[in-house]
Design a protein around this ligand. Structure first.
Ligand code: SME
Length: 160
């Protein structure tokens, strides 16, 4: 399958409708979790011009372990309750961080990152099986509308 360039609209509802279509397009029919998450990370990264890192951490025992991502090499393991990702897991709630320097315990992977959005991936029974992590060099880049939008997009991803 080849990637078809699309132009993302500024209007958030339209943006998230198109992003959902794109994620569906590049993951549909694939049953392998690594392949699905790799293409989802790539499709999401294409949509956010100012995201410098987009990827997944997957729950393995008491840790989140690095999964498919787009961006610079990153920390491989994050403990329960640690950093922004581990906090999203422990609190069972998405985290919208306007300035990571102000988030106690933030784990820095790229010193150019300012904003972060972390959204838990939930099974049908509500248990968390991973998180989507998005970083940006622009302070305040992610908003509540993005949290809501990304929560709807990741619901398209099949639980492993
Ligand atoms: N900043 C994250 C760690 C992962 S990197 O951003 C890719 C955190 O505090 O959990």
């Amino acid at each position: 399958m080849s990637y078809i360039e699309v132009e993302y609209p500024a209007d958030k509802p339209a943006f998230y409708r198109l992003l959902a279509e794109q994620v569906r397009l590049y993951t549909a029919g694939e049953g392998d979790t690594t392949a699905v998450l790799a293409n989802a990370a790539a499709a999401i990264r294409q949509a956010f011009a100012q995201a410098n890192w987009v990827g997944f951490y997957l729950v393995k025992g008491q840790e989140l372990v690095l999964g498919p991502f787009q961006g610079k090499p990153a920390v491989a393991r994050i403990g329960f309750g640690k950093g922004v990702c581990g906090t999203a897991w422990a609190q069972n709630a998405a985290q919208v961080v306007a300035e990571v320097a102000c988030f106690a315990g933030h784990i820095a992977c790229d010193c150019n990152t300012h904003a972060e959005l972390v959204v838990p991936l939930r099974r049908a029974d509500g248990r968390i099986w991973g998180v989507l992590d998005m970083d940006s060099t622009v302070p305040g880049y992610f908003t509540e509308a993005d949290r809501e939008g990304m929560e709807s997009v990741i619901r398209l991803l099949p639980e492993p």
